[in-house]
Design a protein around this ligand. Sequence first.
Ligand code: BG6
Length: 461
Amino acid sequence: MTVEYQFPENFWWGSAASATQTEGGENGIKSKNIWDQWYEKEPNRFFENVGPAVTSDFYHRYKEDIANMKKINHNSFRLSISWARLIPGGRGPVNQDAVTFYNNVIDELIENGVEPFVNLFHFDMPLELQEIGGWENRDVIEAYDDYAAVAFELFGDRVKKWFTFNEPVVPVEGGYLYDFHYPNIVDAKKAFQVGYNTMVAHARVVKRYHENYDGKIGIVLNLTPSYPRSQNPADLKASHICDLFFNRSFLDPAVKGEYPQDLIDLLSTYDQLPVTEEGDKALLKNNLVDLLGVNYYQPRRVKARDTQPHPDSPFMPDWFFDNYEMPGRKMNPYRGWEIYEKGIYDIMINLKENYGNIESFISENGMGVQDEDKFLVDGRIEDDYRIDFIKEHLKWLHRSIQEGCNVKGYHLWTFMDNWSWMNAYKNRYGFFSVNLETQERTAKKSASWYADVSENNGFNE
Ligand code: BG6
């Protein structure tokens, strides 16, 4: 059959998930990570008081889940390793139960024709390391490098695509600026130190990988285009600063090996520069990613501020811009996020024009919907809205490929409904629904639609 939206050969069709969100914290030996700790201290901060103890029980059900991946023609899947499971406490001896578990998962994926993409850190700092300051403390960089060495050694013979971090800006925003991750600190200087040290840790691990292994290593960034309200210079400046803080603070060091001078100048003006060490600059410059994962959910629209921040308020990126609610924007009413499909194309064109057309793929894109059971018809969730969401994004992705962007795949967030940090099970994103009482998995309509798209390597409109 002729397929109108035909993707390049060997395009990666799959989905993504993370350890803390799926495995179940109480399964097998695992020390605490920051999520276990925060939930223990403040369960009320989590939607309907649901914590990370059970999640989707992937630890016990991975065979069934991987069989389902095969059924819907996945050829790739991104998971993350739980640092606190593999190395309880984050440093010291390896947990053999965890080694068995991850070996089983990796082998099962490969046997089913699904290539494992493995990420080392998805928001889940081992508690003991957070207690010594987390990414604020350079000892944690050492510990992370050791952990990565263990993971490469154990699984690197079969895993050929590695990622150092998922959305490293999010723990910075959540944990050190806006109070939605533990340790709930509000301190911009610490935030920038955490972001900087994360990138030093990243470069250390990229270096280690390149020196010893032959696969690819990258990073997964949530690139959120900052669209200005207008072409007024004040709006343009606001969007430029926003882009510096939330995109380029990680994109530039990962792909170009250096920070934007404008960002350095801005932080320096406000005395917010992080502490650096000799050797960092060369380390960053010489250890660039091979592959970039792009997470895209929604755009950011900004305008110049109408008011000045209060002089006593803590320094914030938001001192330089306001969010702009564009009249007429298309919304995902359930999640409250704007849907702007062309954003995916704009990101790719930016990577092509300004970042050497680095090899990339969509590592997360998806639509969270609350109370999805209301779409049940004869036992199946008829998620036509998700099919439309994916299709419209794929069309723009397809166009970017036609225009020469180096895009290799598309992964949905997520394979099956999972626990999502403070939102717990509020917004459902999966191809498969999960019944939280029975843990039963049921394919949604989008699962069979995606199975066809993957099989045909594209779709007709
Ligand atoms: C991404 C994260 O930013 O968004 C995932 O990588 C997360 O871990 C996903 O679950 C969806 O977020 P939310 O808040 O809508 O559940």
